[in-house]
Design a protein around this ligand. Structure first.
Ligand code: HEM
Length: 496
């Protein structure tokens, strides 16, 4: 009898606790009634299982067809709002830039980057860090002619290494990545690295892994506690370790700069930051050690991976489209000839090359979901409410593949940007690969310069041919977080 009572008491207690828990959880998950539409979801976990399935761009494409340009997913207690198509993204990032330009509180931004640097900060700290970074980069040639000679030096070395392959099959991934990284390294650290430098090659490897494991970072963004689980099923610890190694490298560079700092000889971005520091209050958060370190890391990583991945897509498309390659070479020989390197002055006279690079940026689609933004306050958008704390994703891939803007978007076709007179029509401006608004990619001008100089010189000097004409390398992206091509080989045969 006593036991029965105890059992029934326990049952009642358990029931009450369970009801209270459900009430508590459902209370804390209460969203405003007019959040963007979303598909049916599971209790508590919401749409997390959908996200864990992977291939988000494909999932989002299906959801957009059902729920419209702005829809949301419930990730546990957090809302993730996805904005699709050129009109809605412009409306958010340009017309309502005041409220759409923050970064969210997430694993990469808050745990790894501690909300410091250019990429992960918001508000005043971000504005001041980004402005200072931009003005410092301008001092080191950004947006100026002097940057061209810096890039050309690296391009010459790159072509030398390609020539050394003597037309044999090569996987140029490492060579491309190191030359492109050397450009940002020379601006930021004032030094470049040799192609066989073991330490630097390892850093490149870790960076590749970080991008590949980005999907795991995505899991940690939704469930930050997974990093405390034993083992490393979600590879979050691997991300943390890789990240720490990159940070240590940056720290060594900064320490070395501090040791050898000379006020009268400002060598690079780090020196310029250190000099600015002496002119500001010692507790100014912009010059705080980790803010400087995170900013340098942002430039190093963003300035390496993105442009080298785009260059690899370009080579892959050239292997698949010999007709395009022949037309590009024809344009180079007509405008530049073969005796000198192409230069930025030639660019206005090379509309086909500009159309080609635009099409590579569109089809390569290397940042299909951009970099997440976050709602720093409740946002009213198109009659809906995006609650404070929501993740906001601009689905850039939906713009780059928009059939209303680009006819037959699945086709690689540089001619789509040219009118009957062979000149650019203005359609190229619709290729939003660098995002837009206040957070637009800070390195866009450098990336465009690099792509133009590297690809024009490469096509001028070499014919790029597949290793097996009957078995072309796949155009499917490598599985993982970023939209990078799978590894492939090609032959670079000297053109006559
Ligand atoms: C083809 C090459 C590149 C592409 C496609 C690309 C694309 C992007 C995109 C989509 C964003 C996110 C913008 C947003 O939040 O809405 C971004 C941000 C950024 N990019 Fe790039 N990027 C490229 C090259 C570079 C280079 C060469 C640098 C280095 C100098 C760089 C530095 C940055 C930085 C620092 C940010 C963060 C800006 C901020 O949060 O204020 N990017 N980029």
């Amino acid at each position: 009898m006593e036991l029965d009572w105890l059992l029934s008491f326990d049952g009642v207690t358990v029931a009450i606790v369970a009801v209270l828990l459900v009430l508590l959880v459902s209370w804390s998950y209460r969203w405003p009634s007019n959040i963007p539409p979303s598909p049916p979801s599971y209790p508590f976990v919401g749409h997390i299982p959908l996200i864990l399935k992977g291939n988000l761009p494909k999932t989002y494409k299906g959801l957009r067809a059902q729920y419209g340009d702005v829809f949301c997913l419930k990730l546990g207690m957090r809302l993730s709002v996805i904005i699709n198509g050129p009109d809605a993204i412009r409306e958010a990032f340009i017309k309502q830039a005041d409220v759409f330009s923050d970064r969210p509180d997430n694993f990469i931004g808050s745990v790894l980057l501690k909300k410091k640097g250019i990429l992960a900060t918001s508000g005043e700290q971000w504005k001041r860090t980004r402005t200072l970074a931009m003005s410092t980069l301008r001092d080191f040639g950004f947006g100026k002619k002097s940057l061209e000679s810096r890039v050309l030096e690296e391009v010459e070395d790159f072509l030398g290494v390609i020539e050394d392959q003597n037309g044999k099959p090569c996987n140029a991934k490492n060579i491309i990545q190191i030359s492109i990284s050397n450009i940002i390294c020379s601006i930021v650290f004032g030094e470049r690295f040799e192609y066989n430098d073991k330490k630097f090659k390892n850093l490149m490897f870790l960076m590749n892994e970080l991008f590949r494991l980005n999907t795991a970072g995505g899991v940690a963004n939704v469930m930050p506690w997974v990093r405390h689980l034993p083992g490393d099923v979600f590879q979050v610890k691997e991300i943390i370790n890789n990240f720490q190694t990159l940070l240590n490298f940056i720290q060594e560079e900064i320490d070395e700069h501090k040791r050898t700092f000379d006020e009268d000889n400002i060598r690079d971005f780090i020196d310029a930051f250190l000099r600015q520091k002496t002119k500001h209050h010692s507790d100014d958060p912009v010059f705080e050690d980790f803010n400087v370190k995170a900013s340098v890391l942002n430039l190093f990583v963003a300035g390496t991976e993105t442009t080298s991945t785009t260059t690899r897509w370009a080579i892959l498309f050239l292997l698949h489209h010999k007709d395009v390659q022949d037309k590009l070479r024809q344009e180079i020989f007509t405008v530049v000839g073969s005796a000198r390197f192409p230069s930025l002055n030639d660019k206005p006279n090379m509309p086909y090359f500009q159309a080609f690079i635009t099409e590579v940026l569109r089809k390569g689609n290397i940042a299909p979901l951009g970099v997440p933004h976050g709602a720093g306050c409740d946002i009213k958008f198109r009659g809906m409410t995006i609650p404070k704390g929501s993740l906001i994703t601009a689905n850039l891939g939906s713009v780059l593949n928009d059939p209303d803007t680009f006819r037959d978007p699945e086709k690689f076709n540089p001619d789509r940007y040219l009118g009957e007179d062979g000149q650019l029509t203005g359609l190229e401006k619709s290729v939003m690969a660098f995002s837009l608004g206040r957070r637009v990619c800070l390195g866009e001008s450098l990336a465009r310069l690099e792509l133009f100089l590297i690809l024009t010189s490469l096509v001028q000097r070499f014919e790029l041919v597949p290793t097996d004409q009957d078995d072309l390398p796949t155009l499917l992206p490598r599985p993982g977080g970023s939209n990078a091509p799978c590894e492939f080989e090609f032959r670079a045969v000297k053109s006559n």
